[in-house]
Design a protein around this ligand. Structure first.
Ligand code: G
Ligand code: G
Ligand code: MN
Ligand code: NA
Length: 252
């Protein structure tokens, strides 16, 4: 079957929806959420992003799709903050192709204006590929985005998974890194202890926050090398869920 065909009409037919996964602080309290897109296909049923984002990136449909995600995620979380008197942040995945699009700054500005979200509650998650593919463009784009939107946070997703962009890290306005779940997965085995220590030391010395991803067990959450990590995310702490279930999750 042809993903692209269905993707073209998916937004018009309202087949896309967002889930939100809690990101908790050291005390285990929810501090924010990551927005994660899902596709409810009329024939194929539920489709996860790994099965359509690459194709959307290739065709360019990631641009309208990504705009839809930004518009909805920011409104959802700002409304939730208002109605429950909370101050959660929302972390939105942005593909390289979106960041490279000339109209991305306008799309972002519009989504911010429409939602009235506080800039300190907005995080953009980028992958290392963007930084590696076009480092100079990445640096200037990110500097401009942060200048136009003071308080906006830039997050490097899946940190350490690909080729490391250590070379550019010091020149990039990065606020936070997400320690890739492949490093967390083997805990309590100590195979990655030295690497995790290095990542934590690096982030700390560069004044970057950290999120440990893929936390599935209590041992992982309390692993001593992660003691200086500010945030935790994973199935143990909350699965991706609908906005409605997120409200129930928060209200206990
Ligand atoms: O939701 P799930 O954990 O299955 O996500 C799988 C991958 O899809 C992750 O790498 C995540 O970053 C990516 N992803 C989820 N939602 C979005 C989105 O809205 N935009 C982009 N570009 N990637 C997303
Ligand atoms: O690459 P990114 O961090 O954006 O990916 C988010 C993806 O990680 C989503 O598909 C989400 O479902 C998945 N995820 C979140 N928590 C866990 C976890 O504890 N274990 C595993 N295996 N996947 C997780
Ligand atoms: Mn992510
Ligand atoms: Na990740």
């Amino acid at each position: 079957w042809i993903i692209d065909q269905g993707l073209k009409t998916a937004l018009i037919n309202q087949e896309m929806f967002l889930n939100y996964q809690p990101i908790v602080n050291r005390d285990g309290k929810i501090a924010g959420v990551e927005a994660l897109i899902r596709w409810n296909h009329p024939e194929k049923g539920l489709i996860f992003p790994d099965d359509f984002i690459p194709s959307a990136e290739e065709s360019g449909l990631i641009n309208p799709l990504g705009q839809w995600v930004l518009e909805h995620a920011l409104v959802d979380i700002e409304e939730l903050n208002k109605s429950l008197d909370l101050d959660l942040f929302v972390s939105v995945n942005i593909s390289t192709r979106q960041l490279k699009a000339a109209d991305f700054p306008d799309i972002l500005s519009m989504a911010i204006k429409r939602s009235a979200i506080h800039l300190k509650n907005l995080r953009l998650e980028l992958t290392e590929t963007f930084l590696l593919e076009s480092p100079e463009m990445a640096i200037s784009t990110l500097i401009k985005l942060k200048k136009d939107h003071p308080g906006l946070k830039i997050v490097i997703d899946d940190f350490g998974k690909g080729y490391s962009s250590l070379h550019y890290l010091s020149r990039l306005p990065v606020d936070c890194i997400k320690i890739d779940r492949s490093f967390i997965k083997e805990i309590p085995e100590d195979n990655n202890r030295k690497i995790i220590n290095s990542i934590v030391n690096l982030a700390t010395s560069m004044d970057m926050e950290m999120v440990a991803e893929g936390i599935e067990t209590v041992e992982q959450q309390h692993y001593p090398p992660l003691e200086n990590c500010q945030y935790f995310q994973g199935f143990l702490l909350g699965k991706p869920m609908s906005r409605k279930n997120l409200i129930q999750f928060i209200e206990g």
